[in-house]
Design a protein around this ligand. Sequence first.
Ligand code: TSX
Ligand code: MN
Length: 590
Amino acid sequence: MTSKLDSLDQWVNDVAAMTRPAKIHWCDGSDTEYRALVQQMLQSGDLIELNQQTHPGCYLHRSSPSDVARVEHLTFVCTKDEADAGPNNHWMAPAEAHAKMDALFDGCMEGRTMYVIPYCMGPIDSPLSRCGVEITDSPYVVANMRTMTRMGAPALARIEREGRFVKGLHSTGELDPERRFIIHFPEELSIKSYGSGYGGNALLGKKCHALRIASHQARSEGWLAEHMLIVGIENPQGETHYVAAAFPSACGKTNLAMLIPPEGYRKEGWRVWTVGDDICWMRPGADGRLYAINPEAGFFGVAPGTSTLSNPNALQTISRDTIFTNVAVTADNQPWWEGLPGTPVTDWQGRPYDPANGPAAHPNSRFTVSAKQCPTWSPKAEDAQGVPISAIMFGGRRPSLLPLVMEARDWTHGVLMGAAMGSETTAAATGAVGVLRRDSMAMKPFCGYHYGDYFAHWLSLDKPGAKLPKVFHVNWFRKGKDGKFLWPGFGENLRVLEWMIARVEGKAGGVETPIGTLPAHGELKLEGLELPRETLAELLTVDHAGWQTELHAIGEYLDSFGTRLPANLRQEQQRVAQALETPRKAAAHA
Ligand code: TSX
Ligand code: MN
């Protein structure tokens, strides 16, 4: 018995005294425990059995129709000093937030079981990993946390050894959107979430811990907690480069993490390895390089759009032992969503499918599945020391102006590229279509502190002895005048990754432009692809006038972070703006 474990016991006792559950269950993470939970949820109707012949071990969960996504307006970061939360977060005073939440938690578990979930984010034996304990009254949360984290006895042992863990308290509550809050106390390493049973609001290890709390912790400890996929690219010589990539939502992060090489590449011996599809924790190693782990153990992926065109590896991954949330169902009880063959008979709310009610599957419907089931799951994903990162990629949906790929001249320029990234909106439901929303490093909803301080932290990694990755910006979504996508995307993106790796290895010269280095003529391998010369030229030209406008807009965006914006970053923006004003030399693909 250590005093460290006592602090966990003390907290569990305090929470039980407040929430007054009928029963307390300490989760051990075993198969037996999981099977019993599933049986219990099948009885209660929390889970519905899917076709066990076609989808063994697969179940469907339907959330409350008013509880289908993250709720940014109800998400708060509670630091002592309001300024520390920054303009990118909603803030509440810690004492006020605790009082508000504890009033909601008072007696909220009466008659229910309180589950105590010890979990580890990252390989259990990795120094880069961090532990937490989530207390919840939702068996659905337990089942999902078991897939998404290393949950149970080994995590509890590590917590006992280290003493330090993130405390997460969750209750589904009455699912009233008026009584729903997701609250973070980064200075206390704690989270309180009430009134939602859905995804990132309720599986506290994911966005709440691994991004909002961890980003705050990472800043003080000299590492990075990022909203990035991690993918390994193995060349025919058997050498693997690891790339970490940040994209705003709806850019196909999971698809890129599970990319299938074009046929010619496969024949030559290229392979792609999935290390992570959503979150990346990186820190400088003894050799100065950045080493990354995926803190998660599973995928909580968006179902709609997952298809044989976009991601056959994901389809194979979720063919068994998967929990589906808010998808539709076919006549023979198979999970269904827009993009799959077949027809739905029951929609995500359990109603007979009627196109007048909108899509059959909810657009934010999900699958929860163990990463081990992914055919391209990297053996290195379980390595305690992590994988060395050769390149960082930023990207977004930019129908115009931004080239297919560009490389930052140095780290500071790369940080500027990440800060300036964003997507043009597509879904009419979220407002105007075609409006550029900046989403620096894809962290806008997830950075647990002031964005200005965050940019400064990124810049601070560039110090003597550091061997930082090269930084690139990609755009798979450039459109021509006819409104059609210019680049075929998906597996063909490996051609762009190959160029990036050639740059990393010093094997491609590139063409320097004011906005960064672009592929020189002939450097992008296009064999086996019918891409017209003019299309390639369009994908790789630099429109100086358009870029001057863009740089001006980037400057205004940076200014919105006020005095905490690092001066270096604003200077870097000015450097690029100035470079665009000097008389242009010959274009890369004139
Ligand atoms: O995921 C995508 N990626 C990355 C893949 C590794 N998507 C889907 C985005 C929605 C989540 C893409 N969509 C990509 C892409 O590279 N590119 C596009 C645009 C596009 C869409 C369709 C086609 C080509 C490009 N072609 C046909 O439909 C045949
Ligand atoms: Mn994400």
